[in-house]
Design a protein around this ligand. Sequence first.
Ligand code: BGC
Length: 375
Amino acid sequence: MRRITTIAVAVTAASALALAGCGRADEGAANTGSGGGSTAGSTGGGTAGFPADSLIGVSLPQKTSENWVLAENLFKTDLAGAGFKTDVQFANNGVAEQQNIVQSMVTKGAKVIVIGPIDPAQLGTQLQAAKDAGATVISYDRLLSNSPNVDYFAAYDNVKVGELQGQALLDGLKAKKPNGPYNIEIFAGAPIDGNATSFYDGAMKVLKPKIDDGTLKVVSGQTGFKQAATADWKGENAQKRMDTLLAGSYTNAQLDGVLSPNDTIARAILTSVKQAGKPIPVVTGQDSEVESVKSIVAGEQYSTINKDTRKLVKATVQMVKDLQAGKQPQVTDTSSYNNGTKVVPALLLPPMIVTKANVKEAYADDPTLSKLTNG
Ligand code: BGC
């Protein structure tokens, strides 16, 4: 079953800064990870603490976007810097490989296992094994579903990401021509990734009323999540679909905008449009990938989302440190993230929209991206 997300409560900018910037969770915070009293008890790892040089496992999905690659190195460095032994692994071959990786982390005695799942619903057996071994499980970026053995969720507010993308599409269209109707197409991410649903749902909150009142026209008629989805988050799949849409629905009509859930898919859409010799539409994105930031600076891709991986890894590592010290990690939301079995206490960081207008400020403190925005 897919993750059930109601309204995600955004953490305030101030508390996010305190969390991510200072790295020290506010120990006096009212919200704890107890999530109805079941969290610490569900693993036994929540409050007992464990030796400071314990093994921490980090199981990452496939390298479908740059954020995962950045996370790999940051987890290695930050966890080792805090004195832990680390086992950080991608599951490039898919779900079965990730199941084996998580199981082997349990067998090796990892005290905390951080998981960015490929298919959030397919790790139930391994999560049960983690619980039986007394390990704490932190769901990272994507929410593990259909298991009671998920202790914490650390992520950017995914529904908010979608809302920002939907609003950016509208803003970009208005900036190009003040009045609609505008012809648009809708793309979504991988159907097995619950985040893809959250991004789509968030965006549709903003776009649906405008589709209903005729301001936006989805010329292909493909507005449903399944129709819009992109298998495996792969650019090539999105590019093929865009080629088909252009050939089928835009021989005479002009395409004004495309809702894209992330940067990889945004660039694939732009490639398709350019190859078809059509004018560049307003295209949204997410992840602040190097090539997309360059494209925004060059005036092609319209927007991306800044979900600074450094901050999310830092906040997750802080959770691990708290668990090691026998403290409840700080969370910001104890009611919104129902994984189908339980409400998972969540630490949510606020995502930020980036367009050409604020690209310089947005990456001012990022050594890699700030180099792209000068001039
Ligand atoms: C992440 C996005 C990313 C996508 C593809 C999602 O679960 O939240 O940041 O673009 O996966 O890797």
